[in-house]
Design a protein around this ligand. Sequence first.
Ligand code: PAF
Length: 288
Amino acid sequence: MLTRESPAAREVRVVRTRAELREALSAARRPVGLVPTMGWLHAGHRALIERAQAENATTVVSIFVNPKQFGDPADLERYPRNEARDVEICAESGADLVFAPSVEEIYPPGFDTSVHVGAIAEPLEGAARPGHFDGVATVVAILFNLVGAERAYFGQKDAQQLLVIRQMARDLAIATEVVAHPTVREPDGLALSSRNVHLTPEERAAAPVLRRALLAARARWEAGERSGEALRQELRDVLATESLATPEYVSAADTGTLQELDHLAGPALLSMAVQFGSTRLIDNELLP
Ligand code: PAF
């Protein structure tokens, strides 16, 4: 049990096993809000925890770096971790309970199931990172089942992840409501991400080009442009102004299916993945 000194902070209990979690939740006031994370918490996570706290009687934060969603072992290895700091942020943001399990607690010996979501998981991040969404859907299904929350909170920055999790919860009849929260940004527009820590100072200075590209394409759309290819080209053109940015994909897609659009007749999702040195960043903008 940790007691925070800050008046705003609450007591937050850290549990590590399924049994401890079950015991802690048996006495929890409902509704319960869950914020699934992989740790290295930043202001984006704070916003999710604060929202969960405002909308629920009990807020649970899970901290688990999920090996199944990393294709590259080196990427998993270098994923930043600092549990003590994460627990402090949870307390300051109003969480009641932190679930920080080991890999064996989530995937015990003999674990042999994978949750595979279909078409919505295929393009964009799904194409760029084979197996990634199987890992995400599997761990989130486990967390949803273990916590049994009324609501779970995810950032809009990972727009496709949100759609994949919604599909998974709907198809598996999991009652937890999936709540999307707006992307939190640095003053210069860079979306907060645990991966930003890996950017060199030069790459960090270049990274707001993602936001500039999205805003430029949005401005074209606001001026009446409805050609999907013209909007994708606008994204490419702005990204090309930054020599440290290597685009992996740019997209102007249907918000329901994530299929690329020739013509925007309704809501659309502009999105991109861009490599800066060894760091891969994603961002997106919803066009209503
Ligand atoms: O967005 C993340 O941090 C992760 O993909 C999630 C949802 C916690 C699953 O590991």
